[in-house]
Design a protein around this ligand. Structure first.
Ligand code: SF4
Ligand code: SF4
Length: 398
């Protein structure tokens, strides 16, 4: 568990830091190390920097901030580490430290993005603006990194209603979310139908509500805590809480950690976490038989954070499809929450690598269960002139 650094701001704990024996076995699994070859862009280097800050040998501003900003939070290092170093919570605590002292345009950019995402009405208004700009091709005036990181939003998506309550059985309440709500409602529709096929009564809140993952990844810790409390209160009556975004389900399973300093909410968060269920974990028969090859991109927040991977393949096989692995060891696509908008060069390198791996399978469609990955992969496939379709696994079998 993170210890407090300044009032209310966590920091990597000594226990967590001391687990790292600097063996370097995580280095070949780290995307930023593979691209740069630099120790400062590796998990071992970042942990050493956290230790230097913790011991007062280095300031938070400067190199430490650069090193943490360049990390994707993909947690491939955590999955590979034989010593059980909990890197995910360490980097989130390190991000909270850097955000506590960050000033200038970088701070403003993060505040604006996370502020809009946390407010459903403001986000929907922004989404209409993005859709209009994309129709008029005004988005081409944006720097290419920012354009690639912006979701493709159509007026049809924005007019798609949320799923209606349906089915009989235990109550499955769906997270409407933020980016999922404005750009991926067809995924919500497919998820709701899968839940009915699986024997649940589907209940959908009538408006969006962010889980706080993007705020937490950006180090906006108080905003992340506020959103966690809102979601816990919103889902009190659910038998299960169904989440069709890998990044959101992974984050919602860390609410107790996030609210560790608040006994009442910590206890509620522990109960909440037992009911969180990623949509691909629901054993729902496919709505139709589909034949053919489907490439599978494993989102880091599925594979590395939750060990989810076989479930996506099982879902596709049940419907008759042949899932195809990408053969890149599940490497991060470079989306990383707000990463693609904030670190466009590294994100572009990794996005192009991922798109090429997908194209090389020869499959006409790729299963992607996270909105950030879907936005990033779709943009890079299009940039390479590919017409491979990007779909959530439940949309494919719907
Ligand atoms: S994080 Fe784990 S694998 Fe990486 S250097 Fe430390 S102990 Fe070794
Ligand atoms: S989270 Fe990903 S990018 Fe960051 S150090 Fe670990 S493997 Fe590297």
């Amino acid at each position: 568990m993170s210890t407090s650094w300044k009032a209310g701001i966590p920091a990597p704990s000594d226990d967590d830091l001391n687990k790292c024996v600097a063996c370097g076995l995580c280095l070949p699994h780290c995307p930023t190390f593979r691209v740069t070859g630099k120790e400062t862009a590796s998990p071992r280097g970042r942990i050493a920097a956290m230790r230097a800050v913790s011991e007062g040998r280095a300031p938070v501003v400067g190199d430490f901030t650069v090193m943490t900003d360049e990390c994707l939070s993909c947690r491939a290092c955590e999955a590979a580490c034989p010593s059980g170093v909990p890197y995910g919570r360490m980097i989130e605590a390190a991000r909270a430290q850097t955000e506590a002292v960050r000033t200038g345009p970088g701070k403003a950019k993060r505040r604006i993005i996370t502020g809009v995402i946390a407010r459903p009405r403001m986000l929907r208004a922004a989404a209409w603006g993005i859709a209009t700009a994309q129709v008029l091709r005004l988005d081409h005036l944006l720097p290419s990194g920012l354009r690639m990181a912006t979701p493709r939003i159509t007026f049809r998506d924005l007019r798609t209603p949320l799923p209606q309550a349906a089915g009989e059985g235990p109550v499955a309440m769906m997270l409407v979310g933020c980016v999922m709500d404005v750009a991926f409602r067809p995924v919500h529709q497919a998820t709701a139908r899968a839940l009915v096929r699986a024997g649940y009564r589907v209940v959908v809140p009538d408006r969006g509500g962010c889980c706080g993952a993007l705020a937490a990844h950006a180090g906006e810790i108080e905003s992340a805590r506020t959103l966690a409390r809102e979601r816990i209160a919103q889902f009190e009556d659910a038998d299960i809480i169904v989440v069709d975004s890998a990044g959101c389900s992974a984050h919602m399973n860390t609410y107790a950690e996030l609210l560790a300093d608040d006994p009442e909410w910590h206890a509620r968060a522990l109960k909440f976490e037992t009911r969180v269920c990623d949509a691909v974990q629901i054993d729902a028969p496919g709505a139709r038989l589909i034949e053919g090859r489907v490439a599978v991109h494993d989102a880091c927040h599925h594979l590395q954070a939750q060990g989810i991977g076989p479930e996506v393949r099982r879902t596709l096989r049940q419907a008759g499809a042949t899932p195809i692995d990408l053969g890149d060891g599940g490497r991060c696509c470079g989306a990383g929450g707000l990463y693609a908008a904030l670190e466009p060069e590294m994100a572009a390198t990794l996005g192009e690598q991922k798109a090429r791996a997908i194209i090389s399978t020869g499959a006409p469609v790729v299963a992607v269960a996270n909105p950030g990955c879907a936005i990033q992969i779709r943009a890079h496939l299009e940039a390479l002139g590919s017409d491979v379709e990007v779909r959530h696994p439940l949309e494919i079998v719907d």
